[in-house]
Design a protein around this ligand. Structure first.
Ligand SMILES: CC(C)(COP(=O)(O)OP(=O)(O)OC[C@H]1O[C@@H](n2cnc3c(N)ncnc32)[C@H](O)[C@@H]1OP(=O)(O)O)[C@@H](O)C(=O)NCCC(=O)NCCS
Length: 140
């Protein structure tokens, strides 16, 4: 496990280079390339990054898309494996919920084993429906 001595949380994409994004989406079978990851961040209504220093590599992120009035959806959350288990994921969720908590609905989809993680942040289990075009997963 790596410990971050200079952990920075930011909603700015300033100074994020493609090198900083390499290796993210490691939990996806066909991860997007860094160029696509940057487009995902740029296209999200909200993004919070955890960085190793103000201009350092991105070690974690959370994104949200929202109409700003009624509903927000959190599609992406990840902390690089070497930095997991230190509360970074919880802090990213906490900060995003704090930003969105004036909105009626904050929704996300997750695997059952992650439900206790989100429950600690105030989420409750529900049911959902989805379409996944797996041939589009790499976002190429
Ligand atoms: C989920 C994830 C973001 C958590 O990040 P993290 O920085 O390790 O989280 P924290 O250190 O804040 O962990 C908080 C708690 O969640 C638990 N937890 C974390 N990941 C878990 C997982 N995959 N399954 C079950 N529990 C998990 C931890 O054990 C910890 O529990 P504790 O408080 O009882 O000790 C990280 O494991 C990750 O990036 N996973 C791969 C991507 C992913 O699954 N993203 C979520 C998509 S819905």
């Amino acid at each position: 496990m790596l410990t971050v001595t200079n952990l920075v949380y930011t909603d700015s994409l300033h100074d994020v280079s493609l090198d900083h994004l390499t290796g993210l989406f490691a939990h996806w079978g066909s991860p997007p390339a860094p160029e696509a990851i940057l487009r995902i961040f740029q296209g999200s209504g909200r993004v919070i990054l955890a960085r190793d220093g103000q201009k350092g590599p991105v070690i974690g992120y959370i994104t949200a898309i929202t109409d700003g009035v009624s509903t927000a959806y959190i599609p992406h959350l990840e902390v690089r494996a070497e930095w997991q288990g230190q509360g970074i994921g919880s802090e990213l969720v906490r900060q995003m919920v704090e930003q969105l908590n004036h909105i009626y609905a904050i929704d996300l989809m997750c695997d059952p084993e992650l439900q206790p993680f989100y429950a600690k942040q105030g989420f409750r289990a529900w049911t959902g429906m989805l379409i996944r075009n797996y041939d589009r997963q790499s976002c190429a």
